[in-house]
Design a protein around this ligand. Structure first.
Ligand code: CA
Length: 226
């Protein structure tokens, strides 16, 4: 899952970027409204965290611009304490959720998980596909109850595939949602990660659809262990 964090306060930005990275998200950061506006319109994020008080263009105007440009990405706004009219303006501009500063990082992460889940059409907090289960709260996954040891990128890959299970996902889409802006984006590396994930969860669970991409398929029985 790839997140855009828009926040101009350097300390808070640093803290949130770290917390998001620790939760296995790919994170891009914008420190002003202009950069935010550009990134939000050009990059396919899974969710956006948007501070409303920003230099250059204020957050509400940035959000209005995205919605005008048909950007449907879920947006969680960060508002100043006591500024109830900011919240109203934010929701009217197209926000999906809000948090008032100061907030606990844990609450932000919980709201983000809920937002991502709802936008992908899942109501339950854990994702299940056959014998594979992924719990975004703990950032862990199991196959038939056995814990999987996944690297951060393998986890992101599995998380994305599980969010969109049953649908064919192209390599380009995976590159766009698993890596941040600064990552060396070579779509061939996706094959490598898919290969590693297959080894860990059972090769039959990730189907290759020739010329189109990959699809996570439901396999009820645990894969036979060699
Ligand atoms: Ca601010």
């Amino acid at each position: 899952m790839r997140i855009l964090l828009v926040e101009d306060d350097p300390d808070l930005s640093r803290q949130l970027r770290q917390a998001l990275a620790d939760a296995d998200y790919a994170v891009d950061h914008a420190a002003d409204g202009e950069e935010a506006s550009y990134l939000g319109e050009t990059e396919p994020y899974d969710a956006i965290i948007l501070d409303l008080g920003l230099p250059k263009i204020d957050g509400t105007a940035v959000l209005e611009g995205w919605r005008r440009a048909q950007v449907t990405t879920p947006v969680l706004i960060l508002t100043a304490r006591g500024a109830w009219s900011e919240k109203v303006a934010g929701f009217d501009a197209g926000a999906d959720d809000y948090l008032t500063k100061p907030f606990h990082t844990e609450e932000l992460l919980a709201r983000l998980r809920a937002l991502l889940r709802r936008s992908a059409g899942h109501a339950a907090p854990s994702l299940v596909c056959g014998a594979v289960r992924l719990d975004p709260r703990a950032a862990r996954a199991t196959v038939a109850g056995e814990p999987l040891r996944l690297t951060s990128l393998e986890y992101r890959l599995l998380h994305y595939l599980m969010m969109h299970q049953g649908r064919v996902i192209s390599r380009t889409e995976l590159v766009e949602h698993l890596y941040d802006q600064d990552f060396d984006r070579d779509s061939n590396t996706i094959e490598v990660f898919v290969g590693r994930l297959r080894k860990k969860i059972g090769p039959e669970r990730v189907e290759t659809v020739r010329g189109l991409g990959y699809r996570l398929v439901e396999v009820a029985d645990p894969a036979p262990r060699a």
